[in-house]
Design a binder for this molecule. Structure first.
Ligand code: PPE
Length: 308
């Protein structure tokens, strides 16, 4: 991880090295935290955060699902993100807000533990490799099932949920694949360890519905919108493993992964297709402020430059 100058911690900017917590924090022991992953892109008008408001609203919803009261409002966290971007002075970065039950009592039941709120920012290049974006990645269906709606709320981007993702991606990587695809207990396609998944067949695009144990991805929603605007039919429906193997194209998307083609699933060659690359181009144009149509998704972080 590339260190930056400052981290926003509980209302103030502190030096990177000073952003520390005690080993007794509740979140460390029981995974009782919620977080976000947000990208800030370099645009002609300065650094712009992509769909910042939507990410912070999801953070608030994740917290509600854990009965966690956030000590800061969405507006305060938005200002904090701007402040941090300005302080670190990077043209592009990944933002990681994380809120967790802090130091107080231990024991699974949360008592009067405070909620700590931190935002980190650092440069994060391509998630699945530069080559992955153009050549596609190799994915493997995981033997680990995706956490179900009555196990842990998968709708929450909660730290503890990611043990599920960690096990799946570790298994896939050890077997020589780039990424894992998780199925639900019933065998329907859910998502990747850190991405949502789409198929393309005969020009029609499909993706699992929100009820299918997936994280309600903001990139997923963005891609559905862009694809619709480009004239594609996008179906949100249950997908099974065979749909992946018979697809003309498969791609994954997420804030970190952006739009990444999946060139094979379980060693079945799929290749990299035109629809995926068209959507990838349109997505990155939107993120980098090159599409007039989608500038409302950008939140400029440095006001002086935004007004110029
Ligand atoms: N599913 C999962 C399981 C997931 O973790 C992500 C984000 C998505 C779908 C896509 O959501 P969205 O970013 O809102 O489009 N994964 C984050 C990376 C996790 C990591 O730290 O590694 C991300 O993309 O920021």
């Amino acid at each position: 991880m590339q260190e930056t100058a400052k981290i926003w911690m509980n209302g103030e900017l502190v030096d990177w090295a000073d952003a520390q917590v005690h080993v007794g924090v509740h979140g460390l022991h029981y995974g009782t935290g919620v977080f976000e992953g947000i990208r800030c892109y370099e645009t002609e008008r300065g650094p712009a955060v992509f769909r910042l408001k939507e990410h912070l609203v999801r953070l608030e919803n994740s917290a509600r699902l854990l009965s966690m009261e956030l000590p800061h409002s969405v507006d305060e966290l938005r200002s904090a993100c701007h402040e941090l971007i300005q302080a670190n002075g990077l043209p592009e970065c990944y933002l990681r807000p994380i809120c967790f039950y802090g130091y107080g009592e231990l024991g699974v039941a949360v008592q009067d533990n405070p909620v700590d709120c931190v935002i980190m920012s650092w440069p994060w290049g391509t998630y699945l490799g530069e080559e992955g974006l153009t050549q596609g990645i190799r994915a493997k269906v995981s033997t680990w099932q995706r956490i179900g709606p009555n196990v842990v709320p998968h709708v929450a981007k909660a730290t503890g949920v990611y043990l599920n993702s960690m096990l799946a991606v570790t298994e896939a990587n050890r077997a020589g694949y780039d990424e894992a695809i998780l199925l639900t207990a019933e065998g329907y396609v859910a998502d990747g360890s850190g991405e949502n998944i789409f198929t393309v067949r005969d020009g029609r695009i499909a993706t699992p519905p929100l009820s299918m144990s997936i994280l309600p991805g903001i990139t997923r929603e963005t891609v559905i919108q862009i694809a619709g605007d480009l004239g594609y039919v996008v179906e949100e429906r249950n997908l099974i493993r065979s749909d992946l193997l018979l697809a003309d194209e498969v791609f994954m998307c997420g804030t970190a992964a952006e739009v990444t083609p999946v060139r094979s699933v379980d060693d079945t060659e799929i290749g990299v297709g035109e629809v995926t690359l068209e959507l990838q181009g349109a997505y990155l144009d939107a993120c980098r402020g090159r599409s007039e149509r989608y500038t409302h998704w950008l939140d400029y972080a440095v006001p002086a430059r935004a007004e110029a």
